[in-house]
Write a protein that binds this ligand. Structure first.
Ligand code: XLS
Ligand code: MG
Length: 345
């Protein structure tokens, strides 16, 4: 059984990352579950209702792609996106594209080019760039203006490589996050990512968009629905990571639909109304407290919440919202959404 969304435009099915089913370690304590090999997580994602998987190059390196494809084919699941892990290798401890050391920037570029090839080999249409280590912990440790220029150079070079080798076959989605693991991260929010895209070379600009993650907006104290609307307005919503966050704190990757169901309902209304046709993916984390046999709960809870909220969103009377807007009754709109959410209609 896979999660399906009634009348969704474009791509059906939902996805999640192989990293979502981790062994449960955190900065204060080791794993609470035995680590499942990354390739073996692919069938687990499918079993939990996912039609797509996502992976970092540190989880499924180029050498394992054939094995991943066999496992995916067997499980009836496809790759939604692939992403270079600029944050994992100690060589990139102070960033890849924004490192002060030109030889490390060159390594970052080589790593990104390899990830482009792997994205194509896996049959994914999207490669994500998450700003993992691109940032600073101490002021003046980097020159911010130089860092920004280096990001532009780096993305231009990756875009050029991909365009020359594969044409428009894959697109790049920049995923903003304000902090963690760095104290301050470049491309901290959707607005910054869109500004960066506006500064890219016009020959590659069309290849770049954003991958907003709802929890990341919340960590920044921003409204994730507005972030997504802004991406849509710019015609740059290339991918999406849904999850929940319980306040402004460390990145929790809670199940989608858990903390702010009314806002999630409104988000789905917006996606339905714009006929967004991309794949909907979760970026959640199996909590440290869950037993190994229940490791997929975080995915099934997210999937069920998505399907239920999607069905509710289809029932939202758009004309009623317009009428209430015309009467300047924003509180009544909030009440109406809650009414639909609770199924009182
Ligand atoms: C981390 C990010 C990461 C990206 C992919 O906070 O959400 O998991 O989605 O690198
Ligand atoms: Mg993410």
């Amino acid at each position: 059984m896979s999660f399906q969304l009634t009348n969704k435009a474009g791509k059906q099915g939902v996805g999640a990352g192989v990293w979502n089913l981790g062994p449960g370690g955190d900065p204060f304590g080791g794993p609470t579950r035995e680590a499942i090999p990354f390739i073996d997580r692919i069938p687990l994602l499918a079993e939990a209702g996912m039609s797509y998987f996502e992976a970092h190059d540190s989880e499924i390196p180029a050498a394992d792609i054939d094995k991943a494809l066999v496992a995916a084919e067997k499980a009836g699941i496809k790759c939604a996106m692939y992403t270079p892990s600029f944050f994992a290798d100690p060589i990139f401890k102070d960033g890849a594209m924004t490192s002060n050391d030109a030889s490390i920037r060159a390594l970052g570029l080589a790593n990104a080019r390899q990830a482009v090839d792997s994205t194509v080999a896996l049959g994914a249409e999207t490669m994500v760039f998450w700003n993992g280590r691109e940032g600073f912990d101490f002021v003046l440790a980097k020159n911010g203006r130089d860092s920004f220029k280096r990001l532009i150079e780096g993305f231009n070079a990756v875009g050029q490589y991909s365009l020359e080798k594969y044409g428009n076959q894959i697109r790049f989605a920049i995923e903003p996050k304000p902090n963690e693991p760095r104290a301050n991260m470049y491309l901290a929010n959707v607005g910054e990512a869109l500004y960066l895209i506006s500064r890219l070379d016009p020959s590659v600009q069309h290849l770049f968009g954003v991958n907003p993650e709802t929890a990341h907006s919340r960590i920044a104290g921003l409204d994730y629905l507005w972030d997504i609307e802004m991406s849509l307005e710019a015609n740059k919503l290339f991918h999406i990571h849904l999850n929940s966050q319980d306040g402004q704190r460390y990145d929790q990757d809670l199940p989608f639909g858990y903390t702010e169901p009314v806002k999630d309902l409104a988000l789905l209304v917006v996606l339905q109304d714009t006929a967004w046709d991309g794949i909907i993916c979760f970026d959640v984390k199996a909590p440290r407290t869950d037993d190994p046999k229940n490791i997929q709960d975080v995915l099934t809870v997210s999937g069920n919440n998505l399907v239920w909220l999607w069905e509710r969103a289809l029932r939202v009377d758009r004309d009623k919202i317009l009428a209430l807007r015309a009467e300047n009754r924003s509180t009544a709109i909030a009440g109406y959404l809650t009414q639909v959410l609770y199924g009182i209609d």
